[in-house]
Structure formats: structure tokens, C-alpha cells
Design a protein around this ligand. Structure first.
Ligand code: ZN
Length: 362
């Protein structure tokens, strides 16, 4: 039975009708805000390529967390930028390291906020790689030993969730075993389970953690962007090793992976809406090609529609503000922003982007 018995436009007639049949919701409960912590006092310094995000000293990150908590955001994900680095990332598990001190300060100020820490070595190594390097190659087993120490030090400081990001084989097992041995039976592991070797992290590494790699790339441990079956294996192994939440990173270019994972696994699923995804939309908005707010909402909803429970996003705070004010919802029609009709074309060829020089990511 088709047309005219079925006319799908009947249920799209007006805002309330659309609201009633909406299949996907967006709530502050879904958001995790990443925060960058630096040494010093009274610092709240804008990060140029991740506009609206900041480097905070510990005293200021506490203030920021309070604001986020007031907006209803349940969790933050911490990245620390230490002053000193070495080849073995010893600062990463120092009890008085930047992340460990930030966790203690945040827990003291507001124990309600769920504190997630990124567990990796790349912010702490001189070369910017995620572990111990030998002859230019990232060693797996010596690295996971250190990663387990880092996770333990974060949990000892009070972190509720540790999020290992290095994509080392066996890292979840190493962390889970160490935490159990030390009596931290309640500590949650959110695994960066399927993390792709993506160039979309560039604003994060250049301006966020300021730890770009000194040589080579991360393709020997992070995933090839061409692979989907392998992502299922990565996620499956992390679950077997003791992950409580699994994450897919990046988000928007990888929603097929999110959808597949949702069909296959019952664990809470997180996505990381990464700096490059944010910067693309932000840059287009700055060039008056897109409405930043509207497109970011669409991006966040797409993550939920694909099956993500949790969204780590540089836009979390702004989105929460909007949801709280009820100033917008993705369902509410907003007037079109002023978009320049006569913005000059990007390449002088009528606005088309030449694909001739685009390389595939292998
Ligand atoms: Zn790393």
C-alpha cells in the first residue's frame, strides 16, 4: 500500500507533530567536555584552532568544571600539558603530575562531576609518540606497563574513569589487572577502542596538547581508516579485557562504525567528535558558508542517531547552554543566519574544490 494512502509528510506538518515522532533526542546527559590543563595560575587562554576552548590552570579548570556542572554536563575528559617531558614519559604517572593534581582539585571542589582522564604518553614524551620508541618503532609491551602505571596514578588521585588512548594491544588488560590488584574494583575504563590514524586530530595536537610527533606517524598502532571489520575486533578485544565503555574516534567520518558497533555490542558507546571535525564546521561558519550552531547540532544528533550514548565534543558546553535555555533544539526552526551570498570562491574556479591532489589516507 503506497501513495496516497501513505503520505509521510502528514507527520512533518508542524513543529509539535515533528516533536511527537522524533526518534532521537539530545540531552546534556550525553555530553562529555574535554578540558586542557596547564601549569600556572589564573590561566584561561583561548586555543586558536579549537575556538571556544581553553588552556586552564588548575585553579581555573575548577571554575570551568563548576560552570559545566551547573549546565548539567555530567563529565569532563582531562588532558594535561606538563612543563617537562622525557623519552620515558615518567611525568605521566608522577603523583604530583599535572593531571593528578587537577583531578584532586576537581574532586575536592565538586565530587559530583565524573572525572575522566585521558591515559596516554604522547603529551609526556619528547618525541610526541604514545610510548617507548626503539629504532623508530613504538614498542607495545614496555608501553603498556607504563600506561597501567599512569592509569593507576589517575585513579589514586580520584579519577572515576580512565580512558586509555594509545591503541596498544593488551592495554585494557594491563590496566584492569593493575587496578584490581590495588583494590580499585570500582574504577571504570572507557577504552578508545577503535581509534583511527586520522589527520582530523591536528588542531588538538598542534594547539590543544601541543604535542605533535617529532617524526613518523601513528599508523603502526592506530587504525587504518579503510577498515571496518577490524574495528569490531578491536572493540571486542577491549570488552574481553575489561572495558566498561567503548569509544570510537573520530565520530562524524566514522558513523558507519558507530552504527555497526551499536548493532553488535550492548556496552555504553562513546564517540569523540574530534578537533578537526569541530574546526571544519567552525571554519566554514567563519567564512559564512554555514551556520555553526545549526550544523553542530546536526552533527551531535547524527552521533546519537548512529547509536552513540556519549559524545565527547568541544561543543558540549555551548550545546548544553542552548539546551538549557531551550533557545534551540534541533527540531525548532531557526531563522537562517546571514550567510554571504557573494563570498569569493575558494579556488577561483567557481567554488569547486579540486580533488586532483587529494591523497587517500593509506
Ligand atoms: Zn597518545
Amino acid at each position: 500500500m503506497g501513495f496516497p494512502a501513505q503520505r509521510l509528510r502528514r507527520l512533518r506538518k508542524n513543529g509539535n507533530m515533528r516533536r511527537m515522532v522524533s526518534e532521537t533526542g539530545l540531552s546534556v546527559d550525553n555530553f562529555i567536555q574535554p578540558l586542557f590543563v596547564v601549569e600556572g595560575k589564573g590561566i584561561r587562554r583561548g586555543i586558536p584552532s579549537i575556538a571556544g576552548n581553553y588552556h586552564f590552570s588548575i585553579d581555573m579548570v575548577v571554575e570551568e568544571a563548576r560552570e559545566l556542572s551547573d549546565l548539567g554536563i555530567p563529565a569532563v575528559l582531562l588532558f594535561g600539558i606538563p612543563n617537562g617531558k622525557d623519552d620515558e614519559a615518567a611525568g605521566a604517572y608522577a603523583p604530583d603530575g599535572i593531571v593528578q593534581r587537577a583531578v584532586r582539585a576537581l574532586k575536592k571542589a565538586g565530587p559530583e562531576m565524573v572525572i575522566i582522564t585521558d591515559v596516554c604518553l604522547c603529551e609526556h614524551t619528547t618525541h610526541g609518540h604514545c610510548g617507548i620508541i626503539s629504532n623508530g618503532y613504538l614498542l607495545n609491551d614496555p608501553t603498556i606497563e607504563i600506561i597501567a602505571k599512569v592509569a593507576l596514578s589517575h585513579v589514586e588521585a580520584g579519577a572515576d574513569i580512565v580512558a586509555p588512548a594509545a591503541m596498544m594491544d593488551g592495554q585494557i588488560h594491563a590496566i584492569r589487572t593493575t587496578l584490581e590488584e590495588h583494590g580499585f574494583h570500582e574504577a571504570v575504563i572507557m577504552a578508545y577502542a577503535a581509534k583511527y590514524a586520522s589527520r582530523l586530530y591536528e588542531p588538538f595536537f598542534r594547539h590543544g596538547t601541543q604535542s605533535p610527533v617529532a617524526f613518523g606517524d601513528k599508523k603502526s598502532h592506530q587504525m587504518d581508516c579503510a577498515n571496518s571489520n577490524e574495528a569490531m575486533r578491536e572493540i571486542e578485544l577491549d570488552i574481553e579485557e575489561g572495558a566498561d565503555i567503548v569509544m570510537i574516534k573520530p565520530a562524524l567520518f566514522y558513523l558507519d562504525i558507530v552504527y555497526r558497533a551499536r548493532q553488535r555490542f550492548d556496552l555504553p558507546l562513546a564517540v569523540y567528535n574530534v578537533s578537526g571535525e569541530y574546526a571544519m564546521i567552525q571554519g566554514a561558519a567563519e567564512a559564512r558558508r554555514l551556520d555553526f550552531e545549526a550544523v553542530m547540532q546536526e552533527a551531535l544528533i547524527s552521533c546519537r542517531r548512529a547509536g552513540a550514548n556519549l559524545i565527547i565534543s568541544y561543543y558540549a558546553k555551548e550545546a548544553a547552554r542552548g539546551l538549557n535555555k531551550k533557545a534551540y533544539s534541533y527540531r525548532v526552526a531557526r531563522p537562517l543566519p546571514v550567510l554571504e551570498a557573494d563570498v569569493p570562491p575558494l579556488h577561483g574556479n567557481g567554488g569547486g574544490v579540486s580533488l586532483r591532489n587529494v591523497k587517500v589516507c593509506k
